[in-house]
Structure formats: structure tokens, C-alpha cells
Design a binder for this molecule. Structure first.
Ligand code: PEP
Ligand code: MN
Length: 337
């Protein structure tokens, strides 16, 4: 349920309504917009029966929220949110590019990539230290050693750094070294992991599950937010369909659909969505045009030798040209890159 206050409602009106709700043991989330304040109510709303909040001073209307996700819901927070990082923010007005190797392979591989993607205009360095591979015999990541290289790259370049976490133990380790945590597609509905990630308070990039609907994805984001962590970024990375020409099918319509349903920032990963280097640029441009707040792109110093996802990784040169060609698209959308 949300309570929309009248444009001129006073602080006292707002406190009074919030107080009545909290008295019944429900949780209140305030969203102060430019025009009006919205009071979001989370909990068993049957406890509010007989409260007559509709006629309380300063209240415009009371609206039921039928969706099961509340904190992520645009009705709770009509204006788009931004997630702040030390060197940038992800949200309206900017196009945040997160780039780097699929997996961290060595200190020099990561450091070299960090400087190259920074020079091209990326603001976040990506790299996996815990790799959720389809085969248990494939390279599984450097784990803590990789996290240390991430921190060194952050210190050397000033980029924010992001790593995927696949377990509670990985979270405990990663919080010491990185700025953002990534929950990968395979773990989107690992609810215990989502709760643990939420508790860290760090920004969380939540990738869409391979076969997840948009509503399931938003409910997954709600698990993180319900831990008191509003810093969630959604990442569309392609879904599984009958088509085999691409690794996954990039569901670009998810961007405008999400815009209607949620205030959370949305980024698109054309690398994992297509699995093919040649398709990354057209889909990156399309994602910007569809209204994405950012992109995640795999870049490797020598893709032929990459330990994972070489076929979809761009060389430094290719990434640099992509960034140049993306700038006019970003500017058309009113975003700085
Ligand atoms: C990744 O970003 O490294 C990754 C494994 O992506 P996804 O979870 O989207 O498959
Ligand atoms: Mn990858």
C-alpha cells in the first residue's frame, strides 16, 4: 500500500500518518519527490483496517500495491534512483560502462586491462574471481588472490571494481576488496545469497536469471532491498530461448518494461547476451537507445588466450572504438559517457 500526500502536506502531517502506521507494527518507507511525498507501507496491511488514513490531514489518496515487490516498485518511488559509487553514479544522466575480463587470470592481465578500459572511458572494472562455470573442470577463478588484484587495480586507476560472488564465504571475502558485488544469472534466485549480499550494504548488481521473468527478477531485487540495502542495479544479460545463433537472446524490451515497473537503474550486458564479439557493438548501441543506464562489456588483452569467454571478449582496440562510436548514442539520450 502507498499513501500519496497532497503537494502542500506538512512535515507534521507526514509524521502523523507514518506514526499511525508504525503503531500497528508495519514498516514505513518515505519517498520525498519534487512534488509530493509518498509513504510506502510494508507488512500485513489488514492491521490498518479501520485506520481511515484516507481522511488524515495532508493525505491525497491511498493506493493498493498489488505487485509482490514493494521497495523496488515504481509506485513506492516514482523518480528513477541512482546508485552512487566513489567515482561515478549509475542512473539518469550518465552512461556507466563496466568493462574488463570475464575472469581475473593474473595481476598483469587485470592491471593492463584496467588501464586500457579507463583510457577508453569506462568507470567500473569488472572481473570474476569466483567463476560459476558450466563444467566443474573449467577454470573456476583465482578467488582471494583475484580479489587482491582487483583492489590493486582500483588503487592504481581510481576505477570502481566489481566481482561476482557465488557463496556467503565469497561475500565475506569480497567485501574487503571490491566496491560492488555482482549476483550472477545462475544465482538470481539463490535467496539466502541475496539476503547475505543485501546485508553488506554495498551496491549489488543483480543479473537476470537465464529463464527468469521480469517479475521474478524484481522479486529477487526485493530480497536485497528488504535487508535495508537500496543500492541495487539490474542487469539484463539475455535469456534462454529456442534460438541457437546467439548464446542467449538479449531481451531489450526488458529495459522499457522495467522502466514502467521499477525505479532501479538498469544496465545491459551484450557480451553474455550474444556470446559473439561481432554482435556486441550493435547490441550495445541498441541498449543505449532503449534507455539503459549503462553497459557491462567483456574486454581481454588477448581474447584468443582467455581462460573463459574469449569469443565474446573485445580487444583493447575494439573496446576503444566501441566507446567512441557509442558517444553520439549516449548524447542523443541525454547521457554523458
Ligand atoms: C559474468 O558476468 O561473469 C557472468 C558469469 O555472467 P552471467 O551471470 O550473466 O552468466
Ligand atoms: Mn564471462
Amino acid at each position: 500500500m502507498i499513501i500519496i500526500m497532497k503537494p502542500g502536506a506538512s512535515e507534521e502531517n507526514i509524521r502523523n500518518v507514518a506514526g499511525q502506521i508504525e503503531e500497528k507494527g508495519l514498516t514505513v518507507h518515505l519517498s520525498h519527490g519534487t512534488e509530493v511525498t509518498i509513504i510506502g507501507v510494508v507488512g500485513d496491511k489488514s492491521k490498518l483496517q479501520g485506520s481511515n488514513l484516507e481522511i488524515a490531514a495532508g493525505v491525497d489518496k491511498v493506493v493498493a500495491v498489488t505487485e509482490s515487490y514493494k521497495l523496488a516498485n515504481k509506485k513506492f518511488h516514482p523518480e528513477p534512483s541512482s546508485v552512487s559509487l566513489s567515482n561515478t553514479s549509475v542512473g539518469p544522466g550518465s552512461l556507466t560502462v563496466m568493462a574488463g575480463p570475464c575472469a581475473i587470470e593474473s595481476s598483469s592481465q587485470l592491471m593492463e586491462t584496467a588501464f586500457a578500459v579507463k583510457k577508453a572511458g569506462a568507470t567500473v572494472l569488472r572481473g570474476g574471481a569466483f567463476k560459476p562455470r558450466t563444467s566443474p573442470y573449467s577454470f573456476q577463478g583465482l578467488e582471494t588472490e583475484g580479489l587482491k588484484y582487483m583492489k590493486e587495480a582500483r588503487e592504481a586507476t581510481g576505477l570502481s571494481v566489481i566481482c561476482e560472488v557465488t557463496s556467503a564465504r565469497a561475500i565475506e571475502d569480497a567485501v574487503k576488496y571490491v566496491d560492488l558485488l555482482q549476483i550472477g544469472a545462475r544465482n538470481m534466485q539463490n535467496f539466502e545469497l541475496l539476503k547475505e549480499a543485501g546485508k553488506t550494504g554495498l551496491p549489488i548488481l543483480l543479473k537476470r536469471g537465464l529463464s527468469a521473468t521480469i517479475d521474478e527478477w524484481l522479486n529477487a531485487s526485493e530480497y536485497i532491498m528488504a535487508e535495508g540495502n537500496p543500492n541495487v542495479i539490474l542487469c539484463e544479460r539475455g535469456i534462454r530461448t529456442f534460438e541457437t545463433a546467439t548464446r542467449n537472446t538479449l531481451d531489450l524490451s526488458a529495459v522499457p518494461v522495467l522502466r514502467q515497473k521499477t525505479h532501479l537503474p538498469i544496465i545491459v550486458d551484450p557480451s553474455h547476451a550474444t556470446g559473439v564479439r561481432a554482435y556486441v557493438e550493435p547490441m550495445a548501441k541498441a541498449a543505449v537507445s532503449a534507455g539503459a543506464d549503462g553497459l557491462m562489456i567483456e574486454v581481454h588483452p588477448c581474447p584468443e588466450k582467455a581462460l573463459s569467454d574469449g569469443p565474446q571478449s573485445l580487444t583493447f582496440q575494439e573496446f576503444d572504438s566501441l566507446m567512441d562510436r557509442l558517444r553520439p548514442y549516449a548524447s542523443l539520450e541525454g547521457r554523458t559517457l
